[in-house]
Design a protein around this ligand. Structure first.
Ligand code: GLU
Length: 283
C-alpha cells in the first residue's frame, strides 16, 4: 500500500512538471487564415529568409564558426521566435543584393533581411516592413589613399554593387566613374588589387568590410539616408503585421539596443547603442 502511494505521488509530480514545462514553452502565433503566406510559413514550420553572408555586423557567415551572425540575422531569429516560439526555425538562403527583389517575387524566400533600403521604386515591386535601421552612405578606401571624402572622388573609379541605392547615389552625388560588381566582397578585392580607387555603400556594410580587411578605412561623412526595411510579397497583411509587431516590440522593449550592442557595438568598439529609428521610411 505504502509503495503504491509513493508511486502515485511520483507519477503526479511528473505530470505537474510536464504540464508546467509545456505552459512555459513559447507558443508562437495561432494558425493564420488558409491561403495566406503566414499560414504557408506556419504549415512549412520554418521561415525562409534571404540574406547576404559578406557583411560582418549585419549579415555575415563567420569563417571560424561557419555560423551566420549580425544584426539582420538576429532580426530573422526574433521573427521566427514570434511566429513559431522558436528562434531557430529559420532557413537562411544566401543571395546577392541584385537578387533580393527577384527572390521575394518568385517566392524563393518569405522575407529579405539584407541591409535593404526602402525606396519608392522598390515599393512598386515588393512590400516593406516598418523601418528597423537607418544607415548612410560613405566611402571605403585603402589605408594609404589620399581620398578623404566625396569631393575627392570625381574622376576616380568607385566600386558599388549592381541594382543598389549605393550605385545610384554615387551617380547623383559625384562625377566618379562607377564600376559595378555582383558583391561587396568583389568590389573590395578589386580595390585591394588597385583596379578601383574606392568602394562606396552604407556605413553599416563598410564598417564590416573594414573589419574583414584591415588595410582599409572608412572616410568622409554620410551623404545619403538609407532606411532599412524587410522585403516581402505584396498584399500579405497577416505576415506583414507579424513582422512589424516584432520590430515595434524590439524597439519599445529596449531589446533592439541589446541586439545592436551584441552584434554591432561590441564588434566595432562602441558601448552606447543609438536610439532605434522611427517606423516611417520617409524623413
Ligand atoms: N542599402 C543599399 C541598398 O539596399 C545598399 C546596399 C546593399 O545592401 O547591398 O541598395
Amino acid at each position: 500500500m505504502r509503495k503504491l502511494f509513493i508511486v502515485i505521488v511520483i507519477a503526479m509530480a511528473m505530470l505537474v512538471t510536464a504540464c508546467a514545462s509545456e505552459s512555459n514553452a513559447p507558443a508562437g502565433l495561432p494558425k493564420a487564415k488558409e491561403g495566406t503566406l503566414l499560414r504557408k510559413i506556419q504549415d512549412r514550420g520554418t521561415l525562409i529568409v534571404g540574406t547576404r553572408t559578406d557583411s560582418p555586423t549585419f549579415c555575415y557567415q563567420n569563417p571560424q564558426t561557419k555560423q551566420l551572425e549580425g544584426f539582420d540575422i538576429a532580426m530573422a531569429r526574433e521573427i521566427a521566435a514570434y511566429i513559431f516560439g522558436d528562434p531557430n526555425k529559420v532557413e537562411f538562403k544566401t543571395l546577392t543584393s541584385p537578387e533580393r527583389i527577384p527572390m521575394v517575387k518568385s517566392g524563393a524566400v518569405d522575407l529579405v533581411i539584407a541591409t535593404m533600403t526602402i525606396t519608392e521604386d522598390r515599393l512598386k515591386e515588393v512590400d516593406f516592413s516598418v523601418v528597423y535601421y537607418v544607415a548612410g552612405q560613405r566611402l571605403l578606401v585603402p589605408q594609404t589613399s589620399p581620398i578623404k571624402g566625396l569631393v575627392d572622388v570625381d574622376g576616380k573609379k568607385v566600386g558599388a554593387v549592381k541594382s543598389t541605392t549605393s550605385a545610384a547615389n554615387l551617380r547623383k552625388a559625384t562625377k566618379a566613374q562607377v564600376v559595378e560588381f555582383d558583391s561587396w566582397t568583389d568590389a573590395v578585392k578589386a580595390m585591394l588589387n588597385q583596379q578601383i580607387d574606392a568602394v562606396s555603400t552604407d556605413d553599416t556594410i563598410l564598417y564590416g568590410l573594414q573589419l574583414a580587411n584591415p588595410g582599409t578605412k572608412v572616410v568622409g561623412s554620410q551623404f545619403s539616408y538609407e532606411p532599412y526595411g524587410m522585403a516581402m510579397l505584396k498584399n500579405e497583411p497577416d505576415f506583414a503585421n507579424a513582422v512589424n509587431t516584432v520590430i515595434k516590440n524590439l524597439k519599445s522593449s529596449g531589446k533592439w539596443k541589446t541586439i545592436w550592442l551584441a552584434e554591432v557595438g561590441n564588434k566595432v568598439g562602441i558601448t552606447v547603442a543609438p536610439a532605434p529609428p522611427s517606423d516611417e521610411w520617409k524623413k
